[in-house]
Design a protein around this ligand. Structure first.
Ligand code: GLA
Length: 416
C-alpha cells in the first residue's frame, strides 16, 4: 500500500523533494455503541488496516490530492485561499476539512501560543507554512463504507501528516479533536470522538477503554487466548444511516434534557449526560420521556455504557464468556432499543450466536450496514466462516467478507 501511495504521488505530483510517509488506521469498536455523544464509555481498538499517504509541503498556496481508491487516482488541485464554502461529500472534503480544521485550531490558540510555539516555532510561522499547501497521495486497505471509520482514518492521517510536515506539535488527543472537528464542521457529520480517538491513539494488542466525557482512557491488554476478533463485512450500507445518525443524536440530547429537568424538579443534582446515569437511576426517572421510542433509545445508551464498564472488567479478568455475552446483548439492544440494525446485520450476528465456539457477536460502529464484530475461538474459525457466509448468501445473495482484526498502533510516520 505504501508503495502504491508512493507511485501515485510520483505520477500525480512529480518527484517532489521532502516526500514523507504516514499511516492512520481504521477502528473496530468492541463495546459501547452510540455512547460517545452521550458522555459515555467506548472500547475501540485501532486496526492494522488503514490509509497510507505520501505527503510533501508546497509553497504556492495549493493543495494537490490523489487517491488510488477513487476516480482511478485522478489528481485534484485546490487553492488554499479559495476553498469552497461547501466541500461536497466526496473523499476530498475530509482531507480539505482536516487542513481547514488544523488552520482554525492554530488561529484560535490564545495569544498565538500553540504547542508548536512552545516547540520553538512561532504560530505565525506554522500558519504561514500551512497556507503554502501540500500534496498528498493515498492508498488504502481499509474498506470504505464498512463501518470501520475510513473517514476518521483519512482525517487523522491528514492532520498527523500536516503536523509532521510543518513542525506543529499536537498531542494525540488534540489530533483526534482536530480531526473530529473536520468531520463535524466541514464534512457536516455530527459524529462523536470515538473513531478519531481510536485512529490517533491506538495501542498494539490493546483495546482503548475511553471515557468520552473526560477523554481519559485505559489501555486494556487484549489477551484473548484461544480466540480472536473477526470482522464480517455485510457489504451493505443503507443510506438511511446518514440521516438517522443525527436524528438519534438529537433525540438522545432531548432525552438527557428532559431527565435533567426532572431531576431539578425533584431537587436532585441533575445529570449532564445520559451516560452519567446508572440503569437504576434511568429506570426511576425515564417516565419523563413521554415518547416510547425516544425512551428506548435513551435506555440503550445508558445500558450500553454499563455493558462497556462490565466488559472492561470481564476482559481484565480474562472472562471471555462474560465479555462475549455483553457483546451479543449489545447487539440486541442496538437492534430492539436503539434501532440501528438492519436485516443483514441481524442475520450475521444471529447466525454467529449459534455457532459453537463463538463468544459473542454484534454490530460495530454506527449501524445500518457495515460490519459485525465477533469473538471466535480459533479452532471454530472455519466453521464460523462457512456457517455465516452460507446463511448470508442464502438469505441475501451477497458474499460477506471476513477480516481478522489485529489491534494495532495509532497514526504514525512511516520510514522507508
Ligand atoms: C459512528 C460515529 C462515532 C460513534 C459510532 C456509534 O462511528 O462516528 O462517533 O457515535 O458511530 O457508536
Amino acid at each position: 500500500m505504501l508503495e502504491k501511495a508512493r507511485q501515485l504521488f510520483m505520477n500525480s505530483f512529480g518527484c517532489a523533494e521532502g516526500v514523507r510517509y504516514f499511516f492512520a488506521p481504521g477502528r473496530v469498536n468492541l463495546l459501547g455503541e452510540h455512547t460517545d455523544y452521550n458522555g459515555g464509555r467506548v472500547m475501540p481498538c485501532a486496526l492494522d488496516l488503514g490509509i497510507y499517504g505520501a505527503f510533501a509541503p508546497r509553497t504556492d498556496g495549493t493543495i494537490g490530492l490523489a487517491s488510488a481508491d477513487f476516480e482511478s487516482g485522478k489528481a485534484f488541485r485546490f487553492r488554499t485561499a479559495e476553498l469552497p464554502e461547501d466541500l461536497g461529500g466526496t473523499w476530498t472534503a475530509y482531507a480539505l476539512g482536516s487542513w481547514l480544521s488544523l488552520r482554525d485550531r492554530l488561529q484560535d490558540e490564545p495569544e498565538g501560543q500553540t504547542e508548536a510555539a512552545r516547540n520553538g516555532r512561532r504560530v505565525e510561522a506554522a500558519l504561514s507554512a500551512l497556507s503554502g499547501g501540500f500534496d498528498m497521495a493515498i492508498a488504502s486497505d481499509l474498506p470504505t463504507g464498512a463501518g470501520l471509520s475510513s473517514s476518521a482514518a483519512l482525517e487523522v492521517l491528514t492532520v498527523t501528516a500536516l503536523c509532521g510536515l510543518f513542525g506543529i506539535e499536537l498531542s494525540k488527543k488534540d489530533i483526534a479533536l482536530t480531526s473530529q472537528r473536520a468531520e463535524n464542521v466541514y464534512a457536516k457529520v455530527p459524529c462523536g470522538i470515538m473513531d478519531q480517538f481510536a485512529s490517533a491513539n491506538g495501542i498494539r494488542d490493546h483495546a482503548l477503554y475511553l471515557d468520552t466525557s473526560s477523554l481519559e482512557f485505559e489501555a486494556i491488554p487484549l489477551e484473548l487466548g484461544d480466540a480472536e476478533i473477526v470482522l464480517t463485512d455485510s457489504r451493505v450500507k443503507h443510506s438511511l444511516g446518514s440521516s438517522e445518525y443525527p436524528k438519534r443524536r438529537r433525540e438522545c440530547e432531548e432525552s438527557a434534557a428532559l431527565i435533567k429537568r426532572e431531576m431539578e424538579r425533584l431537587g436532585e443534582k441533575p445529570a449532564e449526560t445520559l451516560c452519567s446515569l446508572s440503569s437504576t437511576e434511568f429506570d426511576r426517572l425515564s417516565c419523563c420521556i413521554k415518547d416510547p421510542g425516544a425512551r428506548r433509545r435513551a435506555r440503550h445508551a445508558v445500558r450500553d455504557n454499563e455493558r462497556c464498564r462490565l466488559g472492561a472488567e470481564a476482559l481484565k479478568r480474562g472472562d471471555l464468556k462474560a465479555f462475549g455475552e455483553l457483546i451479543s446483548a449489545s447487539h440486541v439492544s442496538l437492534r430492539d432499543d436503539f434501532e440501528v440494525s438492519c436485516p443483514e446485520l441481524d442475520l450475521l450476528a444471529e447466525t454467529a450466536w449459534n455457532v459453537p465456539g463463538v463468544y459473542g457477536s454484534r454490530i460495530t460502529g454506527g449501524g445500518f450496514g457495515g460490519c459485525t464484530v465477533s469473538i471466535v475461538k480459533k479452532s471454530s474459525e472455519e466453521l464460523f466462516k462457512s456457517k455465516v457466509s452460507g446463511a448470508y448468501r442464502d438469505a441475501f445473495g451477497i458474499d460477506c467478507v471476513f477480516y481478522t482484526a489485529l489491534p494495532s498502533d495509532g497514526a504514525r510516520e512511516l520510514f522507508i
